[in-house]
Ligand binder design. Sequence first.
Ligand code: NFS
Ligand code: SF4
Length: 665
Amino acid sequence: MAVIRNGCESCADITCKSTLEVLSQDIAKNVNTAYDRVRSRGMSACLFGSSGTCCRNCNMGPCQIIDGVEEMIGICGATADTVAARNLARIIAAGSASHTDHAREMVKGFIATAKGQTAHKIQDVEKLHKLATLFGIEIEDRDKNEIALELGEKALAEFGSQDDEPITMLKRAPAKRQALWKKLGIEPRGIDREVTEMMHRTHMGVDQEYHNLMLQGSRCALSDGWGSSMLSTELTDIMFGTPVPRRAIVDLGVLKSDMVNVTVHGHEPLLAESLCIAAQEPDILELAKKAGAKGINLAGVCCTGNEILMRRGIPVAAGFIQQEMALATGAIEAMVVDVQCVMQSVAQVAKNFHTDIITTNYRAKMPDAVHIQFEEHDAMNSAKAILTKAIGNYKKRGKFFIPEKTKSDVVVGFSHETINYMLGGRFRASYRPLNDNIINGRIRGVGAIVGCDNYKYTDESHEIIARELIKNNILVLATGCAATSLGKAGLMRPEAAEFCGESLREVCETVGMPPVLHMGSCVDNSRILIAATEMVREGGLGDDISDLPAIGTAPLYMSEKAVAIGQYFVASGAQVVFQSLPITGSKAFNQYMTDGMMETYGAHWNIAEDPKEIARIMIEKIEQKRDALGINKKAERVLFDMEMRRDLGSGALSDVGCHGVAGPR
Ligand code: NFS
Ligand code: SF4
């Protein structure tokens, strides 16, 4: 096979089978991809930009700072530490703003649904009641829509709140963590306010002390993780149903030769859900048949893909890195996009084919795309207009190539509630069995692999890390494009248990679960916060998230959102490892981020380029936590197990055993 784009010096070699197959076809010859652009730019990334020491915050600059060189501080006197910290803080603000604006749309859609103004219904009443109770809303003898309306309005008010009270969801965190945030003065107040304050404090001549800047960096990130992202995840679950495990398929092979292929790309599930409903309407199906197609094949790209994959089992065609490749198949009638992570190049790639790029959100337009505004109050008609446009293209489809063999089975849908049931059994849903298995060492700990793909590094990074972790008996949780890539690698099938170390394999086989659990889109990283909190609450693994043998990585981070996620993990007490972070140009700030934060939060950032090294760090940190918890010493373990037996009372462990996870021996 001619590997035309391989061997590029500035970007990593392509190893993805479906990408290689598509790009080697004649029809893809004229397609210019990000891999080509990385190669043809012929210049390496700016040193100041990539190390965080280029400041453009005022018009006396831009200033390029060299740490330690007196003549090379900013015109205003800003040092490398200040500039790098301000830049990173602005990345966090942008990432948080993106999650927040997305979440706001979801909350507004939720309110419209409660009012009966959308095609959706309140589905998960149990979760509705839980959340409503948290928000202090009366639930007894009240209609679900009435409760939902009050919840939606209270949630919406949290975005613009001007008083100094912490956001409501913060109450879900472990008590010790809440006390720490209070002590540090970083409990997020209004969600929008934290982004605004961050932008203000990074304006020229305001906050010029990097520790202080990062306190607001944490507060802003926490307003995302425990605020907007968590609200978005929970309200979306209430509206569209909390995910439960289901089988599905991923990769470009999910496109169908005899159907109208419509890919939904972006982040907001409101539109995608409406398209799912509209694609089954008789008039739309009739129209598709008239055009000679067997029906409509919806497939996801990026996080919209993950949302409908989790809740409906709709296949995912591609993650971020493959959005151009999906179009290069020539088999897509329309790529419907909303917000975030949509490359401007897709409209240019589409020009080689009959494909329309349809933008649907007033916030996000691009040259050479068709715009059909998605109106949430008239969702069905908007969705039908979009599908009608796609169907109209079917007859114009020319030569196409679908890499049919490259698709993988996956089992997805692991909300934090499902993990309860999966390991705890239907009658005894709890995190006890997970905690017990961590305490007895069958599962050494939990590793979260999250975030984007990136042309700079090998696209095998996620897989390499995951394989190392599961081989070392570490259970993997995945979200975002990392999850798509791990699904493609075949690690989300229960059969992947064969790649695990002996004890994790035993657990996976007994329960029938894959060793890599798909927890959803990037906003669903908030599920990981809740899962971690549940583990703390269940007992035996310390009394804060920072005690847990758990660690996260977003190895191929591309988006600013990933940095916001990284910071809310760290501020919540979970260590993270990234492949790079633009802070290396300042010694003291770099040191603070990658070490000093330990003292403040009990966690810090780690940077390692090589995926195997990332895995090694993750394993090492998990083992350190195990040591600190005292669950690594053989002799003590037996004693502890005996005690645990007594604590749990008779029958408790056999109950665990009968749900598939053997108790300690
Ligand atoms: Ni997350 Fe999802 Fe993907 Fe990265 Fe973009 S789609 S929100 S940002 S690239 S994982
Ligand atoms: Fe230069 Fe200071 Fe202006 Fe930044 S804020 S561009 S460092 S003068």
